[in-house]
Design a protein around this ligand. Structure first.
Ligand code: GDP
Ligand code: IMO
Ligand code: MG
Length: 420
């Protein structure tokens, strides 16, 4: 049996915290897509940790953590991160497994990411510059190198061949930076990677399922950044939705039971691209400040706005979300008034769906206002004690989405979560 936790917005919904919270109920925690563009924040014994490559179950003793075939893996980031978790007492060599089919992010992928963004000028995606797009391009272009290739004697010659191909592309971009230091780090890191538990991920996970073990698939990014269904071209390069769990781990769709969709009580986006409910004013600034809305991977300020129920409903539909988990509700505690977007006005016509070219049409959000609860909810630990005004807000969202908000997160801490 497999359950999924994934983001319903543009990423950073708080997936890391939620996976860490639910991990004790599962045997295996598996990342199925994305790479070090992800930044998943957890608080472990009060200490903040940001995970980019390692699944967020790593701090729970006795759990198996798998980096699936759908992930793109940067050995340098992985090495660094393993150092951090080891310093916190985790014996990761015992609990971390990596699919041999996961594609490697090479130093030249990072260089190509940067060169491509510079070339796009004003139309840049706002990529995290971690090499995600170029690594997935080499996967679908059938050129990439995989973790399993590291164990092959011909790895270095395969690397050199691909390196030359990349150099020609970099020359076309007139990319001048010296990446030899990145390559030194890379070769050091792959030396270590060879000693990890490199497995045939699809047999590994299906065997576990057969034995009755419970699997939690951890999404990265968010549904609105999905390469097919997001705000293309301002998206990432992987399938961030529940369908990605099947291709990213090698499991059949019937094995998936619950899909937990994580959404903030408001909305953020980092990087370029359409964001209909963005608040480019004092209110946006207030939410950014109160919510410490700065990227966990790049430190960039996140764009902030009201919750977008049109986009959220779309995300629930394409993912088959069975329950919504609402995070960062406490960030709205002090507001006298809050709003939800329950429709889009496009060329003066009211629409209730996400249009094809969200980046090409002008969308004016239609808002409904709610009275703020103006109560500190961070210490409340049960639904009954939550303020009625907050319950009104959540009830409206429940009715709109027709998917229940089952959990309400009211702080970054492991236990700050309330069952509705
Ligand atoms: P992820 O990428 O989806 O895992 O999310 P990030 O870690 O990038 O960003 C979420 C941020 O919100 C992190 O700093 C979390 O510690 C924090 N966070 C998560 N849930 C809550 C919550 O309910 N309240 C507050 N105040 N912070 C939260
Ligand atoms: P987590 O897992 C928020 C955004 C980037 C950029 C676009 C493409 O922490 O939620 P990429 O590096 O993938 O080529 O960037 O996607 N992006 C994220 N935004 N959270 C993330 O991950 C993101 N990963 C990528 O800002 O707009
Ligand atoms: Mg994040």
């Amino acid at each position: 049996m497999v359950d999924v936790i994934l983001g319903l917005q543009w990423g950073d919904e708080g997936k890391g915290k939620i996976v860490d919270y639910f991990a004790p109920n599962y045997d295996v925690i598996a990342r199925f897509q994305g790479g070090p563009n992800a930044g998943h924040t957890l608080y472990v014994n009060g200490q903040k940790v940001v995970l980019h490559q390692i699944p967020s179950g790593i701090f729970h003793e006795g759990k198996t953590n798998l980096i699936g075939n759908g992930v793109v893996l940067d050995p340098v980031t992985l090495k660094r991160e393993c150092g951090v978790v080891a310093s916190m007492g985790v014996d990761y060599k015992k609990s971390l497994y990596i699919s041999e089919r996961a594609h490697l992010i090479l130093p030249t992928h990072r260089a190509l990411d940067k060169a491509s963004e510079i070339a796009k000028g004003n139309e840049k995606i706002g990529s995290t510059l971690k090499g995600i797009g170029p690594a997935y391009m080499d996967k679908t272009g059938r050129n990439g190198l995989r973790v399993g290739d590291l164990l092959d004697k011909s790895f270095t010659s395969q690397y050199i061949k691909l390196r030359l191909k990349h150099q020609r592309l970099l020359d076309n971009y007139n990319f001048q930076e010296d990446i030899s230091l990145w390559e030194d780090e890379f070769f050091e890191a792959i030396e270590e990677l060879r000693s990890f538990n490199i497995v045939n991920g699809e047999y590994f996970i299906n065997d576990k399922i057969q034995q009755g073990k419970k699997v939690l698939a951890e999404g990265a990014q968010g549904s609105m950044l999905d390469v097919d269904f997001g705000t293309f071209p301002f998206v990432t390069s992987s399938s961030t939705i529940s369908a990605g769990v099947c291709t990213g781990l090698g499991i059949a769709p019937q094995k998936i039971k619950d899909v937990f969709g994580v959404s903030k009580a408001y909305c953020t986006r980092v990087g370029s691209g359409p964001f209909p409910t963005e608040l480019d004013d004092d209110m946006g600034e207030l939410i950014r400040k109160t919510g410490s809305e700065f990227g966990a991977t790049t430190g960039r300020p996140r764009r902030c706005g009201w919750i977008d129920l049109v986009a959220l409903q779309f995300a629930c539909m394409i993912n088959g979300v069975t329950q919504v988990i609402m995070t960062k509700t406490d960030i709205l505690d002090a507001l006298p008034e809050l709003k939800v977007c329950n429709g889009y006005s496009i060329n003066g016509e009211e629409k209730s769906y996400v249009p094809f070219q969200m980046s090409k049409v002008k969308i004016d959000p239609i808002h409904k206002s709610f009275q703020g609860w103006q109560t500190d909810i961070t210490k409340i630990d049960n639904y009954t004690d939550l303020p009625q005004k907050m319950k009104n807000y959540i009830d409206y969202i429940n009715n709109f989405l027709k998917v229940p908000v089952k959990y309400i997160s009211n702080g970054p801490g492991r236990d700050q979560i309330i069952l509705a």
